[in-house]
Design a protein around this ligand. Structure first.
Ligand SMILES: Nc1nc2c(c(=O)[nH]1)N[C@H]1C(S)=C(S)[C@@H](COP(=O)(O)OP(=O)(O)OC[C@H]3O[C@@H](n4cnc5c(=O)[nH]c(N)nc54)[C@H](O)[C@@H]3O)O[C@H]1N2
Ligand SMILES: Nc1nc2c(c(=O)[nH]1)N[C@H]1C(S)=C(S)[C@@H](COP(=O)(O)OP(=O)(O)OC[C@H]3O[C@@H](n4cnc5c(=O)[nH]c(N)nc54)[C@H](O)[C@@H]3O)O[C@H]1N2
Ligand code: SF4
Ligand SMILES: [Mo]
Length: 741
């Protein structure tokens, strides 16, 4: 793209997925005239995908909300910010006063992880509310991995990632980074890095019930029966012990529980798991041997290995394999990033800690244990529907669309309708927010600053990077962190008229006092030029592992220094961090947490369960992002993306034809979708993407409604979950299919 006269260029981290690409935004006359990858970005090197260019469409989308909406009768009317907050102040406090804190649920969605204001201030609202009914998309996604990492390494985000630039063998299970651009692994341009891996003689093997885009570019692809990863992985560990290949190397003195793992995997011989996995025993052995024999190798698993009944156990065994083959915390293996800010594994005493706690309380209706301060999203509907002490009567949703994104979404829709009051922080009137009484919109991403709070903790390389707003926000439109502070004012009894700036001061002062003690005043003074999220970021960067320590280490990082380099500051390749990164009470890697051993016994008892005739799995597409970007022209154009993929074998057996419609029936209800025959599907498995079903009344998504698609989650069963993490089972769910006229 050439730089025309009158054009200015701004740099902005893309907020749409975990790859966190640096973008170059061309602006003329207050309008975005083009978006491309920022070639000089030290982290992403110019990579961009179609969603990145859609920032312009999102900015310009006429359906994106520019003002609050308040429901009057059953219609939404545009309201001023004062009117909107007055309505909340009128209706929310009486519910809290009459029914207690648990009567208000908080429901938090995926974009919160990509919004510095929401991620840093949302939890403050959670604490102010003090509700036990906190639900998030994490329990539709990565909670199993967070739990296994927490149990093994002592931190919920101490999750190792593949050191892709130095590895020679990568085994990928249940992830499709060619399309998703990586998850729990921030790795812009996976394609380029994977190509380079293969060009230097390395190998990639993909285990997936579909021959995905990643499988197609890999050296080898193995079909697996959905939900069977725990069996495959346990058998691989079994082979390591049977063939005397278990060698943790440098970590030997830092690992506890190796013998317990050996005993626990004894039932899982390659022959015993072969049928359940759909993988020959010889293949299981050769995978384990290749992993052990390659000096720089890594196993990586993602959502396909999480959203299943044994999600936590599978997530755990992936890292057990990395440890036992000497590839954890080694170059070319699975390594721990060291983030410049906000990482729990760089705080406190290095090498030892309290570990994690779960089950400190249980959900009221089905008794699901709390994990990471949350209850499972699959419990949301029942907590609203079931009368009694602690019943949920109101909800605050933040960037969440559970009506489409959670299993049995239609039940959630009906439950939301029964609430006495609902507030949504969201930028659309969509399938979920149509149930709200008040919608408070955020600004366009181009109108706010950006820092990736979570993702440097999961990045293929260490880096620091901040984006300033590209365009000024519209006059009078508060950033979302300020809206959250006003909500805190309301639930704290200070009212909607609370002095937001003073409340922000007070909250920061209190937090700084807690960590900095007698130095608090000096620290606060050092960051006094910033407000809101920027102040919290300056505090975190300066006190972080690369920080200037408020002057003690003058060449260290500050927010001002990072801002001066919009292309980012490279902090180097990943380096070994064990034992320093550990926060377990023992100071060791816990290879055999008792709850996981017990879960493996559950799996052993379940080994012989016969496979259902037909199961459904999900799918992602480069031009789609969960449920909420189907209204953007650049992504919506082209072939329809919500077809159900069916193997030719199954199609013949079920009488389904390519291009014809079929009824997909789950335990809860049925949807109709268009069939696409595909030899990329494992026979017995069909695939439908999630996030579709934009034909619900009351949403305002004109373009998405033209091709609404079918809601996979209407078919899925909210009773299915991983009992340890509470995570929903979204994969390998039994269905039946038949043609419809
Ligand atoms: N069957 C099945 N279901 C799945 C999955 C699957 O693989 N299969 N994947 C699961 C996964 S991994 C995830 S993360 C979840 C996602 O689940 P959700 O987070 O519930 O869904 P999203 O589609 O990401 O919806 C995001 C919401 O945020 C709003 N939004 C976007 N930007 C902003 C903003 O700047 N501010 C505010 N306030 N709101 C904003 C959007 O309008 C939308 O309402 O879906 C899960 N559901
Ligand atoms: N373009 C695009 N990118 C995205 C998103 C998006 O919606 N669109 N969503 C973002 C989000 S929120 C997330 S969490 C990430 C997810 O990132 P990924 O985990 O890479 O996402 P998927 O493409 O869903 O890959 C999951 C794979 O698991 C396979 N699978 C299903 N069941 C099983 C099983 O039982 N075992 C095994 N081994 N495999 C199984 C599926 O066939 C699929 O290929 O993607 C992020 N990036
Ligand atoms: S891969 Fe695409 S959506 Fe993800 S950060 Fe990069 S440009 Fe944005
Ligand atoms: Mo996700």
């Amino acid at each position: 793209m050439t730089h025309r006269p009158g054009e200015t260029i701004a740099y902005r981290i893309c907020p749409f997925c975990e790859a966190c690409c640096g973008l170059e935004v061309h602006v003329a006359g207050g309008h975005v005239v083009g978006i491309r990858g920022h070639d000089a970005d030290v982290f992403s090197g110019g990579y961009i995908c179609p969603k990145g260019t859609a920032l312009k469409d999102l900015h310009e989308d006429p359906d994106r909300l520019r003002a609050p909406l308040v429901k009057r009768g059953d219609r939404f009317v545009e309201a001023s910010w004062e009117e909107a907050f007055a309505e909340i102040e009128r209706r929310l406090p009486p519910i809290l006063a009459g029914h207690g804190r648990d009567a208000v649920a908080m429901v938090v969605g995926n974009p919160v992880a990509h919004k510095v204001g929401l991620l840093l201030y949302g939890p403050r609202l959670g604490r102010a509310l003090g509700t036990r009914n906190f639900f998030s998309a994490s329990t539709l996604d990565q909670m199993p991995k967070q739990l296994s990492a927490g149990l093994m390494f002592g931190g919920w985000l101490t999750i190792p990632v593949p050191d892709i630039e130095r590895t020679d063998f990568m085994l990928i299970l249940g992830a499709n980074p060619m399309v998703s651009n990586g998850s729990l692994w921030t790795v812009p341009d996976f394609r380029g890095k994977a190509k380079a891996l293969r060009a230097r003689g390395g190998r990639i093997v993909v285990v997936d019930p579909r021959r995905t885009e990643t499988a197609a570019m890999a050296d080898e692809h193995l079909f697996i029966r959905p939900g069977a990863d725990v069996f495959l992985l346990a058998a691989m560990v079994n082979v390591l012990f049977a063939e005397n290949l278990a060698r943790p190397g440098r970590l030997t003195g830092h690992v506890a529980g190796i013998d317990a793992v050996r005993d626990a995997v004894a039932p899982f011989t390659p022959e015993a798991v072969s049928v359940r996995c759909g993988i020959p025993a010889g293949k299981v052995r050769s995978l384990a041997r290749a992993l052990a024999a390659t000096e720089r190798a890594v196993v990586y698993g993602r959502i396909g290995t999480c959203t299943q009944e044994y999600g936590t156990a599978a997530s755990w065994l992936i890292d057990v394999l990395n440890v036992l083959t000497g590839h954890l915390d080694e170059p070319g293996g699975a390594m721990f990033p060291k983030a410049p800010a906000f990482a729990a594994n760089t705080l406190g005493k290095p090498g030892i800690g309290k570990g994690i706690a779960t089950g400190r309380r249980a959900s009221r209706v089905s008794g699901a244990p709390e994990v990471f301060g949350e209850l499972p999203m699959v419990c949301l509907a029942e907590e609203i529907e079931t009368p009694g002490e602690g019943q949920v009567r109101a909800a605050i949703t933040i960037a969440a669309n559970p009506v489409l994104s959670a299993p049995n979404g239609p039940r959630i829709a009906a439950a939301l309708d029964r609430l006495d009051f609902m507030v949504s922080l969201d930028i659309y009137l969509n399938e979920t927010t149509r149930h709200a009484d008040v919608i408070l919109p955020g600004v366009s991403p181009l109108e706010e600053m950006h820092y990736d709070v979570a993702f440097p903790q999961l990045a293929f390389r260490n880096y620091a990077r901040v984006s300033d707003p590209v365009l000024p926000p519209p006059a009078g439109h508060p950033p979302e962190w300020q809206s959250i502070l006003r909500l805190i004012g309301i639930v704290d009894g200070k009212g909607a008229g609370v002095d937001v700036a003073a409340l922000d001061e007070a909250l920061v002062a209190e937090e700084v006092k807690r960590v900095a003690g007698p130095q608090a005043d000096a620290v606060l003074k050092a960051v006094s030029r910033w407000r809101g999220p920027e102040r919290l970021l300056d505090l975190a960067l300066r006190s972080g592992p690369y920080g200037d320590l408020f002057g003690l280490r003058p060449d260290g990082l500050t927010l001002a220094k990072v801002k001066a380099r919009p292309e980012g500051i490279d902090l180097g390749p990943l380096a070994p961090r064990i034992p320093e990164a550990l926060r377990t009470p023992s100071g060791k890697v816990e290879l055999a947490p008792p709850v996981l051993l017990a879960d493996l016994a559950r799996a052993a008892a379940d080994l012989a369960r016969p496979a259902p005739e037909l199961v459904i799995v999900g799918r992602r597409d480069v031009r789609s992002n969960n449920s909420w970007m189907h209204n953007l022209p650049v992504l919506a154009k082209g072939p329809f993306r919500c077809a159900v993929l069916v193997s030719p074998d199954d199609a013949r057996r079920l009488g389904l034809r390519d291009g014809a419609k079929a009824r997909i029936e789950g335990a809860r209800r049925a949807v109709v979708a268009e069939v696409e025959l595909s030899d990329a599907m494992m026979p017995g498995v069909v695939s439908l993407p999630h996030g579709w079903g934009h034909d619900l009344e009351g949403a305002r998504l004109a373009l998405a409604a033209e091709r609404p698609g079918a809601n996979l989650n209407a078919v899925l069963d909210d009773r299915l979950r991983d009992p340890l993490s509470g995570n929903a089972v979204l994969s390998g769910v039994p269905v039946t299919m038949r043609p419809v006229a």
